[in-house]
Design a protein around this ligand. Structure first.
Ligand code: NAP
Length: 295
């Protein structure tokens, strides 16, 4: 193998260590602990595992998580109302709706019930627009994690050709926009793309965000390219790892690459949300200038 590893476990641990210190400072200043509310609908085992991992990471940095688990038959109205209540709840700093939700629920309607000031997973239209306009706000967690991982290893982005395979609203589309914001030249590929291999062969940076094991063959990778594999299905990524690692300069392992970074960004953004809310509260009370909070 010639590629070096983009180590998401190590980099996420560094982020969590920093957030742990920030939580301690926040508790000392404000006398309360930041709270992340997680909402899970149904009994998909993988989703339960993800929510448990997120709660564990909250505990690791000294935050509190409030877990709301709803039956698979929960109606869209009840889910939306539950999320609206969390949006209005003064004790809650961040809200995560674990996706996918059961098919009878309009996921977009549920996401939009999250107050933008608490959208620490970066799934609302408001967060998406702020990200696209480069106006701060909360990043989609997985795209934010990918960017943080690339930055941790000083991977140059400006002027480089990034090929993003996948265009979902929570992953492919936003990561392409973040790369564009950093002056990469971005190509999006998707299920209707003709000759995916040709596009990938021209990439300096490949972002795989599909969910089809080993769809991207190792011999498609341009020698020296950087490969980030966000896909995860059947315990495998979207990229044929061993063959790709023979050609790439940097590559993410699966697991241990993008996954831990996603959770670290979620926790980091919950910390930011808590600080923003305290700054907004202080501003309302006329104590200090406003932060970036909006609630
Ligand atoms: P998604 O909503 O199902 O989107 C998949 C995307 O892949 C779509 O844009 C689809 O194109 C495209 N696609 C499907 N077949 C393709 C093909 N043969 N060639 C090229 N493109 C193809 O999935 P998602 O939510 O974005 O997730 C994608 C993967 O990332 C999954 O494996 C998921 O588990 C993983 N993921 C990981 C994390 C993490 O924390 N590590 C977080 C989120 C997701 P169309 O738009 O044309 O249908």
């Amino acid at each position: 193998m010639t590629a070096q590893i983009l180590d998401g476990r190590a980099q996420s641990a560094a982020i969590l260590d920093r957030v742990e210190r920030e939580v301690a400072e926040f508790v000392a200043s404000h006398g309360r602990v930041p709270v992340l509310a997680t909402v899970l609908v149904g009994d998909d085992p993988a989703s339960h595992t993800y929510v448990r991992m997120k709660a564990n990471r909250c505990a690791r940095v000294g935050m509190r998580s409030r877990r709301i688990e709803l039956d698979a038959s929960t109606s869209e109205e009840v889910l939306v109302e539950t999320i609206r209540e969390l949006s209005a709840d003064p004790e809650v700093d961040g809200i995560l709706l674990q996706h996918p939700v059961p098919g009878h629920i309009d996921e977009r309607a549920a996401f939009e019930a999250i107050a933008p000031s608490k959208d620490v997973d970066g799934v609302t239209r408001t967060s998406f627009a702020m990200m696209a306009f480069d106006e701060g706000g909360f990043q989609s967690a997985t795209p934010g994690g990918i960017m943080a991982l690339l930055d941790a290893y000083d991977i140059p982005l400006a002027g480089r050709h990034a090929v993003v395979v996948g265009r979902s609203p929570i992953l492919g589309k936003p990561v392409g926009m973040l790369l564009l914001g950093r002056n990469a030249t971005v190509t999006y590929c998707h299920s209707r793309t003709v000759d995916l291999a040709e596009h990938v062969r021209r990439a300096d940076i490949v972002i795989a965000a599909v969910g089809r094991p080993e769809l991207i063959r190792g011999d498609w990778i341009k020698p020296g390219a950087v490969v980030v594999d966000a896909g995860y299905a059947d315990n495998r990524g979207d990229v044929e790892f061993d063959a790709a690692a023979e050609r790439a300069s940097w590559i993410t392992p699966v697991p241990g690459g993008v996954g831990p970074m996603t959770i670290a960004v979620l926790i980091d953004q919950t910390m930011k949300a808590a600080r923003n809310r305290e700054a907004a509260r202080a501003s309302r009370l006329g104590l200090t200038p406003a932060g970036t909070g909006t609630d």
